[in-house]
Write a protein that binds this ligand. Sequence first.
Ligand SMILES: Cc1cc2nc3c(=O)[nH]c(=O)nc-3n(C[C@H](O)[C@H](O)[C@H](O)COP(=O)(O)O)c2cc1C
Length: 148
Amino acid sequence: MKIAVTFSTLSGNTALVANDLIEYLENKGHETKLFDAMNVDADQLKEYELVFFGSSTYGDGELNPITEIFLSTADQKNHNCNNTHFAFFSLGDSSYPIFSSSGTLSSERIAKMHGNIIEPILQIDGYPNQDTFQKCKQWAETILDQMK
Ligand SMILES: Cc1cc2nc3c(=O)[nH]c(=O)nc-3n(C[C@H](O)[C@H](O)[C@H](O)COP(=O)(O)O)c2cc1C
């Protein structure tokens, strides 16, 4: 399957998860591409059947500002992603009052652009470690199962 993994990160944590995920998907034989949301236009994602969309949470339970710019730019262009399925991984820290809301916020925005949302959203707490990577791979399998 043609799969993209996009990430937006301020301090590198979401990139760590994205890099591990793309390696896993590649090893499974998928045709993959990794995108930093800083350098990608939503139109470039149209050719992918499935996009794993990663973002971290900032402010008071808000989107990472890079994600915000990516989604606002797509909105302004009336972007339509009805041919693509999206699965969201969301980084945060449970010491904040609103935990890891970026996944839900992103999925609501993508749904308005007619993207096909696959659940569940993966919420990641704190600095990614081996346990995180393992959980992410298990989650990716549940997403891939739904694409069959
Ligand atoms: C100023 C600041 C605000 C944050 N606000 C939240 C928040 O509201 N909710 C949350 O779950 N995590 C929050 N976080 C935690 C980050 O989402 C978390 O550290 C994440 O792993 C960062 O990922 P990144 O390095 O990919 O940007 C905040 C972190 C900082 C530094």
